[in-house]
Design a binder for this molecule. Structure first.
Ligand code: ZN
Length: 302
């Protein structure tokens, strides 16, 4: 390690060591435990520094296939409020189960949203990727705000005030997306991604969506894709006559890259799908991930 980087390390370590008084304040704050990075971001925008918010899924993780760790059970057991996305985004309902195991109530953030329905192996299921329109995001925010007010009614005004500001930002985000997407001719609005996380986005903004896998990454492409299925996928990509297809940050990109090469199209980059980006990245917040996705989609397809 060079001296300069050593110094940087010491400095940054020093800066994250909070004084004892802050630590005890932290301990007395209520704890919100969310299953996903998006629900945690919504909650943070509502509580500010008044509560601590943690996400069980780290950035980049896949909620469909996530395996809970012992630390997750301890975190949920110490929570004052638990929030899940719902509609089985959390594979085998792992968040509900963690809450059940520790006797905690689990608030479902998608409650009240008009679901997109998908047919999976003959059964109709609700598409859980509902956060992909700011309009639905606003319903998440209202549900989460109500749940927060329930556990701390004394500070209701503060939470509702922050929520109002954030809802304005979501409305602006929606207006901006409509303007940007208008740069893509209607017949070029075709979004091909690893798994169909973008159904709500596509419906809201006039895209056709296509995906080589089902609604869950549980049956991930590559893992057991037959040659016949592979040919079908490549033919369908060609038939759509798109300039680019997209990868998702929470899904293994290898197969998508191969399919693009075989179909003779570009990969338009990685979209944030089931997870936001790492702290410090452009996609570290919900608004940031939506903005970056739209910019990638528009520049690749227009
Ligand atoms: Zn997904």
């Amino acid at each position: 390690m060079k001296i300069s980087s050593l110094l940087l390390f010491v400095l940054s370590f020093g800066s994250i060591t909070a004084p004892l008084s802050n630590l005890s304040a932290q301990e007395t704050k209520k704890l919100i435990v969310c299953s996903t990075t998006q629900t945690a971001d919504f909650a943070r925008n509502i509580v500010g520094d008044d509560m601590v918010v943690k996400s069980i899924l780290p950035e980049g993780a896949d909620p469909h296939t996530y395996e809970v760790r012992p630390g997750d059970a301890r975190l949920v057991a110490s929570a004052d409020l638990c929030i899940e996305n719902g509609w089985h985004l959390e594979g085998k309902d792992w968040m509900k189960q963690l809450c059940l195991d520790s006797g905690k109530k689990c608030v479902t953030a998608v409650t009240g949203i008009e679901p997109l329905k998908l047919v999976e192996e003959g059964t109709t299921v609700y598409d859980p990727h509902a956060w992909f329109t700011p309009k639905n995001g606003a319903t998440y925010v209202r549900n989460i705000t109500n749940a927060i007010v329930d556990i701390d009614p004394a500070n209701q005004e503060k939470y509702e005030s922050r929520a109002r500001l954030y809802l304005i930002q979501l409305r602006d985000l929606d207006t901006w997306i409509r303007q940007e997407v208008n740069n893509i001719p209607a017949n070029k609005r075709i979004l091909i991604t690893n798994h169909d996380a973008f159904g709500y986005f596509c419906q809201e903004y006039g895209f056709q969506s296509a995906s080589p896998v089902g609604w869950s990454t549980g049956d991930e492409i590559g893992a057991g894709m037959s040659n016949a299925k592979r040919k079908e996928v490549i033919d369908s990509i060609k038939a759509y006559n798109v300039k680019a297809i997209f990868m998702e940050t929470s899904v293994n990109p290898k197969t998508m890259q191969e399919l693009a090469t075989e179909a003779g199209v570009k990969v338009g980059g990685s979209l944030y799908s089931d997870s936001m980006g790492a702290p410090g990245s452009a996609g570290e917040s919900y608004i940031g991930m939506m903005r970056e996705n739209v910019i990638k989609i528009v520049t690749s397809l227009k």
